[in-house]
Design a protein around this ligand. Sequence first.
Ligand SMILES: CC(C)(COP(=O)(O)OP(=O)(O)OC[C@H]1O[C@@H](n2cnc3c(N)ncnc32)[C@H](O)[C@@H]1OP(=O)(O)O)[C@@H](O)C(=O)NCCC(=O)NCCS
Length: 174
Amino acid sequence: MQNEEKRSIAELDPDDGYTFRIPTVEDGKLIWQLIKDTQVLDLNSSYSYLLWADQFSDTSIVVEKNGKIVGFISGFIQPKAQDTLFIWQVAVDESARGQRLASRMLQGILQSQSCRRIRYLEATVTPSNIPSTRLFKGLARDLQTDCVITDGYTEDQFPSGAHESEKLFRIGPF
Ligand SMILES: CC(C)(COP(=O)(O)OP(=O)(O)OC[C@H]1O[C@@H](n2cnc3c(N)ncnc32)[C@H](O)[C@@H]1OP(=O)(O)O)[C@@H](O)C(=O)NCCC(=O)NCCS
């Protein structure tokens, strides 16, 4: 099953040396390092990335070039809304930005077998994160669907002063 999935994502690859594939547990530590290196994403425990790459691989994706993980998206199908894919973290290594890797990763997950029943994509974005805002608005534009933005998590829901608010982006229907 994993190999079939790997192939179907790889078919999306143009010849630019990047390989898009589902993560494996062996990728966990490199994913942790990638997230750490962004310096803007919340860094979760190393265990959480191993767990994610192991248990949520079908709705997540990595991009690899020359043996290095240069892109990662963690996603899951919402337990309470099985037609909705939630995207948690998106990261592209600084050396690989601006080449539509993040956009291609999102489309790669959406085109996978695991997402055949998905009609909506949700993610939360901090208002100051312009690249992320543009990434999700761009996805809605490219898929010719709506992007509705509402309050997601408010600042006062986080420990005091520790986190900017998060807007909820809901994209779809597909
Ligand atoms: C956000 C991030 C994942 C984008 O990755 P990327 O592969 O460079 O993005 P893409 O090339 O697919 O671009 C997607 C859209 O964002 C825009 N964009 C990307 N980087 C941008 C920047 N620095 N400033 C303004 N717009 C930007 C692109 O122009 C494109 O919009 P368009 O389709 O309207 O032209 C990457 O910058 C990153 O990892 N940042 C640090 C971590 C982060 O903030 N993650 C997102 C929060 S979960």
